[in-house]
Design a protein around this ligand. Structure first.
Ligand SMILES: Nc1ncnc2c1ncn2[C@@H]1O[C@H](COP(=O)(O)OP(=O)(O)O)[C@@H](O)[C@H]1O
Ligand SMILES: [Mg+2]
Length: 394
């Protein structure tokens, strides 16, 4: 009996030990599982925080682990590197962004721990991307992607502009040099011939000075306005009346009719008088220059709701649709020789466009080849300026 009891107790003890041990092992297992779960949650939270941190950056960012697997990305990277919309966390970068120079840059950055930067022409997305790979503390690294297309375009525009300016300045300078040398070399030159050469020199010098004045105007227009106060309202009708008066004789000499259709009231625009003169003067000057004898140029000012419309219509040579799209570009001239003969610089319409843009307005052209053109400018009507009767002439 005692043996039986002892046996039973021993079995119970062994059972207790075994079950208890299993329980402990089980408990340990569960604890480990809970720890692992917490780590995963923590990791997830950290990744989300990382992505939230990256999302504010304008630059596209991709964080990689030591095996080049994507840890986190931001919205800009998704767009610039065209990452799959379904997400790519955990995938190898090479499978998602197959740009050969990028993989080489990552490899180099890992080796040297120096930042590696390069420019990449993404032909599919049709843009130029600036890519930088930087090492992070530990084995991770980050890829930064910036869209440099706009910068590249601006850079190339600037280069073209400098080349154009140099060329435009060189032409009259070379002519002046040539004429001066001819006069100097020929001591016996008859006075009448000498006079002719001097007149040519004077014309070329005028051309140079017009060109420089136009370039200065353009560069002033490019600077952001530093004026503390907006200019007082100016009456566009009075400005147009002055322009028509000043350019009337030129139109007459060319056998053109210059007409003004102006309202009997003040039409106020918030702009410097000189700026409005530049805009209207350039458009009327062009209309006169590019309209053959017997034609007509009409200048009109109208009010449309809260806008003021200035239209200069001519019955001249007109512009093809391709030229209409380009005439506001600097130095663009449909017929270079003709423009030069007429004393043009090819900068008038770009001055008009930049001035109007600075005044918060729009500019455009409607035209048909051989039938004439209508250049129009829409400007905001000066706020709080009630249109009244015309101002007294000083
Ligand atoms: N009213 C117009 N009719 C036809 N062509 C025009 C007219 N105005 C401008 N153009 C074209 O646009 C070009 C650019 O004009 P602009 O910038 O004023 O330069 P410019 O008059 O000095 O040549 C001109 O050379 C001309 O070819
Ligand atoms: Mg012009």
């Amino acid at each position: 009996m005692t043996i039986a009891l002892l046996l039973a107790a021993t079995v119970a003890l062994v059972l207790a030990i075994v079950v208890g041990g299993q329980r402990r092992a089980l408990r340990r297992h569960v604890e480990r599982l809970q720890q692992a779960e917490a780590s995963v949650a923590e990791l997830q939270l950290r990744t989300e925080r990382l992505e939230a941190g990256l999302s504010g950056a304008g630059e596209g960012l991709i964080v990689l682990d030591e095996q080049d697997r994507i840890v986190a990305t931001n919205l800009a990277a998704g767009e610039l590197a065209r990452l799959p919309a379904a997400g790519c966390r955990g995938r190898r970068l090479a499978d998602v962004v197959p740009w050969p120079p990028l993989l080489a840059a990552i490899e180099r950055c890992r080796r040297t721990r120096d930042e590696v930067a390069f420019e990449f022409d993404d032909t599919v997305g049709n843009r130029t991307l600036a890519v930088r790979v930087r090492a992070l503390p530990g084995p991770a690294c980050v890829v930064g992607i910036d869209d440099h297309s706009r910068l590249k375009r601006l850079e190339s525009l600037r280069r073209d502009f400098v080349a154009n300016v140099s060329h435009e300045l060189k032409t009259p300078l070379a002519a002046i040099q040539g004429f001066v040398e001819t006069v100097l070399d020929d001591a016996e030159m008859p006075p009448a011939t000498r006079q002719r050469f001097l007149e040519r020199i004077s014309r070329q010098a005028d051309r140079l000075s017009t060109l420089v004045a136009d370039l200065l105007t353009l560069s002033r227009l490019d600077e952001p306005s530093v004026a503390a106060l907006p200019p007082p309202p100016c009456d566009l009708v009075a400005v147009v009346r002055d322009i028509v008066r000043d350019l009337g004789p030129l139109a007459e000499r060319r056998g053109l009719q210059l007409l003004a259709r102006l309202p009997d009231a003040v039409v106020a625009v918030q702009a410097e008088r000189e700026a409005l003169r530049q805009v209207g003067g350039n458009l009327v000057d062009n209309a006169i220059k590019y309209t053959p004898d017997g034609g007509r140029v009409t200048v009109e000012v109208t009010r449309q709701d809260n806008r003021v419309l200035l239209e200069v219509a001519d019955t001249g040579i007109g512009l093809s649709p391709e030229d209409q799209a380009r005439v506001f570009e600097r130095f663009y001239r449909v017929d270079r020789a003709r423009s030069r003969d007429l004393g043009g610089t090819g900068l008038g319409l770009s001055i008009v466009k930049n001035t109007v843009r600075n005044l918060g307005g729009d500019v455009g052209v409607r035209s048909a080849l051989g039938q004439g053109s209508t250049f129009w400018v829409a400007l905001p009507h000066a706020v709080g300026a009630g249109d009244g009767p015309p101002a007294e002439e000083p």
